[in-house]
Design a protein. Structure first.
Length: 111
């Protein structure tokens, strides 16, 4: 999912002549403002869930990995950084406000 979202974003920005908005809102980006971050979190949490049956004792500390990446992406470097930048560029744009209202933050599902 992360790779598909990144590829869609790359392709979108390569075709500036056909862009209807300066931000991507097609493909996975139609359903999530951060499908690439969702994909990253899905991988980390998926690995953790897969190994849960064999975790014992101190090995349960492996949960630090997915918790850390979740915290970083949601509260430190990922979502907040992008939001600040996008709001600065497009915060007064009514179409951008509409996109924010109709598109989920992270989980790529119809709203």
């Amino acid at each position: 999912m992360e790779s598909i979202a990144d590829a869609q974003k790359f392709t979108f920005y390569q075709n500036k002549k056909t862009m209807q908005t300066p931000w991507i809102e097609t493909g996975l980006w139609k359903y999530s403002r951060h499908p690439n971050y969702f994909g990253e979190l899905f991988v980390w949490w998926g690995i953790f869930v897969a190994v849960v049956p064999v975790l014992t004792g101190w090995s349960w500390l492996s949960i630090v990995g997915p918790l850390s990446i979740t915290g970083l992406l949601l509260f430190v470097t990922g979502v907040p950084t992008v939001k600040k930048s996008m709001d600065k560029k497009f915060g007064e744009d009514s179409h951008y406000k509409e996109y924010l209202a109709k598109t989920r933050l992270l989980i790529p599902l119809p709203k």
